[in-house]
Ligand binder design. Structure first.
Ligand code: ZN
Length: 265
């Protein structure tokens, strides 16, 4: 028996299949669907563009048994700005790998919206790529139920201490002066970094990219987000390794030059 389904979705992986077909993974509000698109690799195929990696569109699908086939599709956004920008493309691929490796069978509607917002900023070049990456990392963890507790110092209850410490290991924050003992995964940051991390984690999705950071604070924020993500997920991520290589191979996070770094030799 066949059923039909119309969904909005983002292509997060594409693989050539048979002579001229393609299989693509479509991230939708109700999870990831693998779709077979017939003959789209033939010259002149009208669905070649909309089934490309990082294309967002409305897809009419035909479901037959455990297979899903493309009937037709309309493009809603192609994110052209990332296609000739190697750093943006590397980060989009990294986001895609994270989504695929953390996906569950349950509907996670915020993941599609989060990825679309990140692609929008990478494509428009209106935010530094390192900031887009860090916000995406922290918010993804939040959506997966791994949100750090950044409300206040658990000892003195100060909301915005002058010397905050973000504790990767304990998934929380504390004042430098209230800290009883140092952990190797503690990161002393500026108050701006604490505010940035809260902005990524707590508000509605549409507001999470609405801030700016400068110089040292931006580097600290990037280090915190990447370290926290690697510590929580313990994944090997080839796309992150590639992104690092674009930056001379240096880890964004100084913390993960330790043996805990999944990429350490
Ligand atoms: Zn305190």
């Amino acid at each position: 028996m066949q059923t039909h389904l119309t969904v909005r979705g983002l292509v997060i992986r594409e693989t050539p299949y048979k002579d001229s077909d393609k299989l693509f993974d479509l991230l939708t509000d109700s999870g990831i669907k693998t779709v077979q698109a017939r003959s789209v690799r033939k010259p002149g195929s009208k669905y070649a563009a909309v089934t490309q990696l990082f294309s967002y569109g409305e897809f009419c699908l035909r479901i037959s048994g455990d297979r899903c086939y493309l009937d037709s599709a309309v493009s809603l956004s192609a994110f052209y700005g990332i296609r000739n920008d190697l750093e943006a493309l590397a980060l989009a691929s990294y986001c895609s790998e994270l989504i695929r490796k953390t996906a569950t069978d349950q509907p996670q509607p915020n993941l599609l919206r989060l990825f679309l917002l990140a692609l929008h900023h990478l494509s428009e070049h209106d935010r530094p790529p390192a900031l887009v990456k860090a916000v995406f990392e922290l918010r993804l963890l939040t959506e997966l139920g791994l949100m750090p507790n950044l409300v206040c110092c658990p000892v003195c209850l100060n909301y915005l201490p002058p010397h905050p410490v973000l504790r990767i290991h304990d998934a929380d924050m504390i004042c430098r002066d209230c800290r009883f003992e140092r952990h190797p995964l503690d990161l002393e940051v500026t108050p701006s970094v604490l505010l940035a991390a809260r902005q990524a984690v707590y508000p509605e999705l549409d507001r999470i990219f609405q801030f700016r950071l400068k110089g040292e604070s931006e580097a600290q924020f990037a280090a915190y987000a990447e370290s926290y993500l690697l510590h929580q997920l313990r994944l090997s991520l080839p796309t992150l390794k590639f992104y690092r290589e674009l930056h001379g191979g240096e880890p964004v996070s100084p913390l993960f030059q330790s043996p805990e770094d999944p990429f350490a030799e």
